[in-house]
Design a protein around this ligand. Structure first.
Ligand SMILES: [Zn+2]
Length: 536
């Protein structure tokens, strides 16, 4: 509050403004925002990083006490900086927390798989991490599974030249399916290009495969891991909570369409997969050899999955900086990063210092400058929940925005921007081409910094469903992502605070603020006359 009053007095004083402009001119900065940029300090960034990404928040898994701790800290910082609560509930009460409703499945640790092969049986417990339940399917029941069927990648497209169901009747059987699609040029006959295109997007691919399995009346699905899942089994297990955590709206759709839960779906650890498929000459890890679909005559499996459903609320943290121009303030820019990460498993805390505490931390620090000197447009700062669970938090935000969606003119998304092990030394922007000029303008005041800009269209496949920018892109809201590329510690317990480059983070926070000012003061980005009309 105090900050806002000071900022208003400062802007109201022409003499002081001219004086400061002159100083800035002589310093060669040429920017009125330089002084606000001084409020962005390494000390502040460190404090935010320690509060969000230390072991105390236990990896900020969506809905966990650690996540709530980090969210409460972020809300306090927005309040101290002088930004207003950005969410209003049905009763008209303002809050920094936008509730995001979930259903969570809690599995009984005794859930298990027993494999009976050639007269010998072995039992594998869920709690020991032997398998990942992607969808519990039928619950509280032992599901016998005699003679399961193996059907390769489970692709049923005879008209396009590929049918893994040939010669095998899967009705009433559990079906063993390889994850993903065949690697290029590894098979004979090679996998058709038309199908490769159709099955590239993992969400579309999985739904096409599930559709075929449902049509053929399979009883359940055993999914075999690819090399990535095998090499990163622990983080795969953590990430696949996404299937155990369903957004209410999605759960409703599932129930209406197909009496959810549809079909039990389990991903097996590589060792168990090998046990099952000893007859195959095809290696799903290297994609070498060839496979054929067949019934596993000498094999039986018993799967016992026991779980309870519960309703959980998690929260996006939302703060608003009102614009200074009476017309442009009706337009909103969103500036966001995801606050959640993978949580912890055993003693391993996945701190997610770079993914994506780095993004949250620079927004929190830039918020101080924003409150001192806001642009003409209004700015909504959003720290999303459940990005790691398939973008549920940002999807919820664009479906339930705190202001009419037509008034959100652009989105800035920050992802993985501060690692010492970053691929790109400077700041790399991927976004709608109309941002390019402003991005480089914002970068002008930084000497010896590296900048790169790529149009979003060049990276659609990599971004699809993987970063919060995607939620906006789907709603046709111009969006840009600032990052420093990939880093080798991604989704490992090594993504810790000691691998954060705070000098770089400070530069990124200053650049972010300059960029917000550039874009926030530009001529209308959307038709404000239209907004005025819908307002009345
Ligand atoms: Zn991540």
């Amino acid at each position: 509050m105090k900050n806002n009053i000071l900022a208003r007095n400062y802007r109201g004083s022409t003499i002081i403004s001219i004086f400061i402009l002159q100083i800035l001119f002589f310093c060669g900065q040429g920017k009125t925002i330089a002084q606000e940029n001084e409020t962005i300090t390494i000390k502040g960034l460190r404090q935010h990083m320690d509060s969000i990404a230390s072991d105390a928040t236990e990896g900020r898994f969506t809905g966990s006490p650690g996540y709530r701790k980090a969210a409460q800290y972020a809300a306090n910082i927005f309040r101290e900086a002088g930004l207003n609560p950005g969410y209003t509930n049905e009763k008209g009460e303002k809050s920094y927390f936008q509730p995001v409703p979930f259903i969570r499945y809690n599995y009984d640790p005794a859930s298990s798989i027993t494999i009976l092969k050639n007269g010998k049986n072995k039992t594998f417990c869920h709690s020991a991490g032997n398998f990942i339940i992607l969808n519990p399917g039928i619950q509280n029941e032992n599901i016998p599974m005699a003679s399961p069927a193996f059907i390769g990648y489970g692709i049923n497209e005879p008209e396009l030249g590929w049918d893994d169901y040939t010669g095998v009747d899967v009705k009433g059987r559990w079906v063993i399916v390889l994850n993903g699609i065949p690697a290029a040029d590894s098979m004979n006959p090679s996998f058709p290009d038309t199908l490769r295109k159709r099955y590239t997007d993992w969400k579309i691919r999985d739904s096409l495969k599930l559709h075929a399995l449902t049509e053929h009346k399979a009883a359940g699905v055993i999914l075999l891991p690819d090399k990535y899942a095998t090499d990163n089994w622990e983080s795969t297990a953590l990430q696949n909570y996404m299937y155990n955590y369903i957004h209410y709206a999605e759960a409703d759709i599932n129930r209406k369409v197909s009496n959810e839960p549809v079909m039990p779906l389990v991903l097996l650890k590589a060792e168990l997969a090998q046990l099952l498929l000893s007859r195959q000459s095809y290696d799903p890890m290297s994609h070498k050899g060839s496979y054929h679909s067949y019934i596993l005559d000498n094999t039986e499996m018993y799967i016992a999955i026991d779980c309870k459903k519960e309703s959980v609320n998690c929260y996006n943290v939302v703060a608003v900086s009102p614009g200074t121009d009476s017309v442009l303030r009706k337009e909103y820019m969103t500036v966001g990063a995801h606050l959640d990460h993978l949580g912890k498993i055993g003693d391993h805390v996945y701190n997610g210092a770079n993914d994506d505490a780095s993004g949250c931390v620079i927004i929190l620090e830039a918020a101080k400058a924003l409150a001192l000197n806001p642009p003409k447009r209004s700015v909504l700062c959003v720290l999303y929940t459940a990005e790691e669970l398939s973008l549920i938090g940002s999807m919820h935000f664009v479906k339930n925005p705190p202001v009419p969606i037509g008034q959100i003119s652009l989105n800035i998304n920050i992802e993985q921007i501060g690692s010492k092990n970053r691929d790109y030394k400077g700041v790399w922007a991927i976004g709608s081409p109309q941002f390019k000029e402003s991005f480089f303008k914002a970068g002008n005041s930084f000497v010896e910094a590296d900048f790169k800009f790529d149009p979003i269209e060049s990276y659609l496949e990599a971004l699809r469903g993987h970063v919060d920018l995607w939620s906006y892109y789907q709603k046709n809201i111009p969006a840009i992502m600032l990052s420093s590329g990939g880093f080798k510690d991604h989704h490992t317990p090594q993504d810790k605070i000691d691998l954060i480059d705070f000098d770089h983070l400070q530069f990124a926070a200053k650049l972010l603020y300059s960029f917000i000012i550039e874009l926030g003061n530009e001529q209308p980005l959307i038709d404000t006359k239209k907004i005025n009309k819908t307002d009345n």
